[in-house]
Design a protein around this ligand. Structure first.
Ligand SMILES: Nc1ncnc2c1ncn2[C@@H]1O[C@H](COP(=O)(O)OP(=O)(O)OP(=O)(O)O)[C@@H](O)[C@H]1O
Ligand SMILES: [Mg+2]
Length: 250
């Protein structure tokens, strides 16, 4: 399934114009990465793809159908969503994971949790996966919440994956393990990711760089690197940062 858009514009209720003539296609079997400065509209685009709001002009197509004509509840069946603001319920970890697919067995939920690297946390909790996490899971760290969310998405196994990658830096070992879980999640899927990590960007088939709510450039990462635009600048800054850190500690 692919997501395509005819030039889309959006104003928030406050009247603030956030997107203007945004248009791109995310293809099945590919990773499409959204990049851009804070506030450029990345999360807004990812949420629009799942019809969190209706747009004022343009069209968003899912496998050729205008999503504005699909009932939101039906539509959500097509999406696995991993956003930064994870909603958790006052229930056990395993039941929070089962939100991904309510009829999943314990075995299925646990295997998703393992792929999302939740085991190390679960074994430190008093009743493991059956520990109740309290109102909106306030006892969990950001990383733990994100893994619950990845486990849910793995369990749901929907054809489209929307991922708002955590900005918080994970250590290298965890990043590699989480990445393995995510690779499992996205095989043959349509993946739209808001990318902060170099590794995700490097693995993408297509980059869409946003600037103040418009698409500033889009294309294969190698192609954009050669054009020395926004994306190339971003990669260069990250490289400089990494070199500075290495110098300091070596
Ligand atoms: N619900 C809302 N109502 C009004 N304005 C909003 C709302 N959500 C976001 N905005 C504004 O829309 C713009 C784009 O926000 P968005 O969250 O899409 O940016 P982003 O690229 O995801 O940023 P970041 O990298 O910091 O997550 C920002 O200026 C933001 O303040
Ligand atoms: Mg965002």
């Amino acid at each position: 399934m692919r997501i395509a858009s005819a030039p889309v514009s959006l104003k928030y209720e406050s009247g603030k114009r956030v997107l203007q003539n945004v248009s791109f296609t995310a293809r099945q079997g590919e990773i499409t990465a959204l990049v851009g400065r804070s506030g450029s509209g990345k999360s807004t685009v990812a949420r629009l793809a799942a019809r969190f709001w209706d747009i004022q002009s343009g069209e968003i197509l899912l496998g050729g159908h205008n999503i504005g004509t699909i009932d939101p509840e039906t539509l959500l069946k097509y999406y696995s969503v991993v956003f930064q603001d994870v909603v958790l319920f006052n229930a056990s970890i395993i039941d929070n994971i089962r939100i991904g697919r309510r009829d999943a067995s314990d075995e299925e939920a646990l295997s998703a949790a393992r792929l999302a690297c939740y085991d190390e946390f679960a074994c430190r909790m008093p009743q493991g996966y059956h520990t109740v996490i309290g109102e909106n899971g306030e006892t969990l760290s950001g990383g733990e919440r994100q893994r619950v969310s990845i486990a849910r998405a793995l369990l749901k196994d929907a054809p489209i994956v929307l991922l708002d990658e955590a900005t918080a830096s994970l250590d290298v070992e965890n990043e590699t393990r989480i990445q393995a879980g995510i690779s499992e999640l996205i095989r043959h899927k349509t993946m739209l990711v808001i990318a902060h990590r170099m590794r995700t960007v490097a693995n993408a088939n297509k980059i869409v760089a946003l600037d103040s709510g418009t698409v500033a450039e889009s294309g294969a990462p190698e192609k954009l690197l050669a054009t020395k635009g926004i994306f190339a600048g971003m990669i260069e800054r990250q490289d400089v940062k990494r070199r500075t850190v290495n110098k300091k500690f070596n």
